[in-house]
Ligand binder design. Structure first.
Ligand code: DX5
Ligand code: ZN
Length: 226
């Protein structure tokens, strides 16, 4: 498939029912999700713990779109094989997770996954410059990673604009993660983003038994950017 810069909504299952991840993935995909965003946290790189490769393997059969795995862990390298074997389509590692991000991205590519690079709000996007030819996505954090439901950091919009210039014609997505809702989404899309992660803005108000609100929320974000 050719590179697609149209707007994609990637619900984060961090905001889903932890007792029903498989069914939640199916429900949100049926309601129009483009990708499933999986937030892996280790209680060390970020002050929260979520889940690991075994959980990714368990939901894999329930994900028909793309499993977008955001690794908020340090170190990253010892776990790459396990997440690849669990069926991750993309592994996104943080530039801040260690001194050898280039080696980490090489290892992700060698494991057969697409490689993503995540940048915390305190990191200038210019740090991504030497890495742009080995990745297919930059994840610009618009909150400090660790928790869902935080407030969007507006100063990141200008960083997105600079990153879009840097990327030029490369087939590299700009993904926005944190505080995305119908008010903030148009700001980053206008600046050049094409993938919108949304946790609370999609999952709040719906459930596996009542999934229609998921579709309404996804459409509201999409429409706000049109
Ligand atoms: C934050 C995570 C995000 C988070 C987004 O550390 O990487 O993916 O779940 O949640 P909302 O959309 O609620 O800010
Ligand atoms: Zn995330």
């Amino acid at each position: 498939m050719s590179f697609d810069r149209s707007i994609k909504i990637a619900p984060s299952i961090l905001a889903a029912d932890f007792a029903a991840f498989g069914a939640e993935c199916e429900a949100v995909e049926a309601q129009g999700a483009d990708w499933i965003h999986v937030d892996v946290m280790d209680g060390h790189f970020v002050p929260n713990i979520t889940f690991g490769p075994a959980m990714c393997a368990a939901i894999r059969p329930h994900v028909k779109t793309l499993m977008d795995v955001h690794l908020m862990i340090a170190p990253v390298d010892p776990y790459i094989e396990a997440f690849a074997a669990a069926g991750a389509d993309r592994l996104t590692a943080h530039l801040e997770a260690g001194p050898h991000i280039h080696r980490t991205l090489q290892a992700i590519n060698a494991a057969g996954c697409k490689a993503g690079l995540a940048l915390n709000p305190g990191t200038p996007v210019e740090a991504a410059a030497p890495l742009l030819d080995m990745i297919d996505l930059v994840c610009v954090m618009t909150v400090n990673p660790g928790f869902g439901g935080q407030k969007f950091i507006h100063s990141q919009v200008e960083q997105v604009r600079r990153l879009r210039q840097m990327i030029g014609d490369r087939e590299v997505h700009i993904e926005i993660d944190g505080g995305v809702d119908p008010e903030t989404a148009p700001l980053v899309v206008e600046a050049g983003a094409d993938v919108l992660v949304a946790g609370s803005a999609v999952f709040k108000g719906g459930s596996v038994a009542n999934p229609a609100p998921y579709g309404e929320k996804i459409r509201a974000i999409r429409d706000a950017c049109a």
